[in-house]
Design a protein. Sequence first.
Length: 431
Amino acid sequence: METTKIYFAFLAVFFVFCGFQFANAAGNVGGYAWSENIGWISFNCANSNTCATSNYGVNMDLNNGKFSGYAWSENVGWISFNESDEKVGVPPLNDPCGDSSCIAKATPPGQLGRNNVNINGWSRALSQGDGWDGWFRFDHNKTNKVYVDTSGDFHGYAWGHAVVGWLSFNCDNGSVCATSNYKVYIIGGLQKSPEVKNMLDPDDAESYCNIAPGKGLINFQWTYTDADSDTEKKFEFKVNDINNPEDGNPEVNRTVSGLSNPSGSVNTQSLTIDDNLPYGKLYYWWVRVWDSTNRDSGWVAGPTFDTPLHAYPWPDFTYLPAEPSVNETVNFTDTTLTYGGASIVSRNWTFQDGDPATSTAQNPGSQFLSKGDKAVSLAATDNSGYGCTGSKNVSIQTTLPDWREVPPASYLFKALASLASKIYFLKAKVF
């Protein structure tokens, strides 16, 4: 092992003093990893304030998860994370990427800051030798793989052949943080992804009565939260009868943008259930939210919901006469609409200030005992067990007066005139 250390130390000095420096101080990965065989590996020159003379660092692209740049070991020299380096070349035959081009990367990158994310692939010491090919393998198909937690701290071990052995990325691997506090980490931590919480069960927020004939209404609700207090920029909302948010032909696909909602804001959407969003199906729904830094929550599934077999009945009726009076019999005709081949099996009428006040007949009659607007309601239930209630006001007029037929005034005047002439004639005859 001493021979190996001297060999690598010589190559390291050669690289540094011959101008073979690696400019990447802007790398977002910092800290140290530890190997019992080769000691410390530094992931950024800022660790030791040496950037002025030896400018290096490792970077992880937070969009695609790929690593780039260089780490440094006093014993094995520069460790490249660059796929383009000639000395990196093709990884060994057991390349976990399967395409002989696997450089270390976080997989899947979209989960960074949201869940623990594994690091797969390889990096390589450029001055490999003494029987070692230089590869560090992150995806070694054993326990304790390297991963990044939601805060941006690395955990687990990489494997570096017998020369290096296991490379620890965090002191918590061996519970040695009390005596040797080290880790590899994302400088500044990972930006937290927004979250979707408190998704309402649509079955608890649905209505199939008094919306419109043949229609129902389902409401959806969730809460936007962001650990970094970033505002909500937009959200996507999908509903589908296939359990796949990436299906290319969902039943509902909405995007609402231009938002600036603070963390904790409640978002809502409503859907009309009709021929366009059919009855009698099980549905899935998802929400994805974006914060003001363009990080998204990924698709979050809400509770499934199902729609009834068909639309609920739409209670309706007509009545005659159109302007009834107090104590006049009003005849009602049930014109309730039904759907899906259903039929009405029960009716319950109520008549405000009516006699009778209730009825279960299909087409009842009732007399109203006082004038004014009187509420009349019809509760109709079909043979599927679906029922709704509809109401109308009937305007009751003042009671009609009693009457008897009398002759017109002109007839009376003629009769009086005739009688007067007869009296005059009699008087003239007497005298």
